[in-house]
Design a protein around this ligand. Structure first.
Ligand code: ADP
Length: 159
């Protein structure tokens, strides 16, 4: 059975993330979306809520499951016998940082290969940070977050 792990902060999950997840779900028998605590990013939405949102967003995708890991991604890969890390790149700058992360991860855990998928043009400007900014000022985030979740995400992000 082919499988991959899509790690991220998902603070909150966006249509850009979902586009990647749906594309990966066609390529792999099983996709695990794993909420990671990024030590370089101060989280906005509590991790339990982010998990809840991810579960709702992925509910209709039978071969996608949601998980959480508070440690090193390479330990997660090893512990779960996973070999493929899925990441996205919205532009060349992001490709470079994803490329560096892929090299480091492979040095720590040689079994872990990274698949970097280019963002779809319609979502290449969508980011969790933009969603947070718009919601903080009461703007509409409907075009950027998964269907049916805008109200809940808006409530979590409004100041
Ligand atoms: P992290 O803190 O690990 O970067 P994010 O949730 O910000 O977590 O992103 C997780 C992954 O999703 C990253 O590889 C990022 O490039 C990718 N990603 C985020 N937004 C988009 C998008 N709009 N289109 C494609 N990939 C995206």
């Amino acid at each position: 059975m082919s499988s991959c792990v899509f790690p991220g902060s998902f603070d909150p999950v966006t249509k850009g993330h979902m586009d990647l997840i749906q594309r990966a779900a066609v390529l792999y028998d099983q996709v695990t979306v794993t909420l990671m605590i990024n030590v370089n990013k101060h989280g906005c939405i509590p991790p339990e809520k982010r998990m809840e949102l991810l579960r709702k967003a992925c509910a209709d995708l039978p071969n996608v499951k949601v998980d959480r890991w508070d440690g090193l991604l390479t330990d997660y890969m090893r512990n779960n016998g996973e070999r493929c890390i899925l990441r996205g790149a919205r532009d060349t700058a992001e490709f470079e940082s994803e490329y560096r992360a892929a090299v480091i991860n492979r040095q720590i855990c040689p079994q872990a290969e990274t698949l970097i998928l280019p963002a779809s043009p319609e979502y290449c400007a969508v980011s969790s940070s933009t969603v947070r900014e718009i919601a903080a000022f009461g703007g509409s985030i409907v075009p950027f977050v998964p269907k049916g979740l805008a109200k809940e995400i808006g409530r979590l992000l409004s100041k």
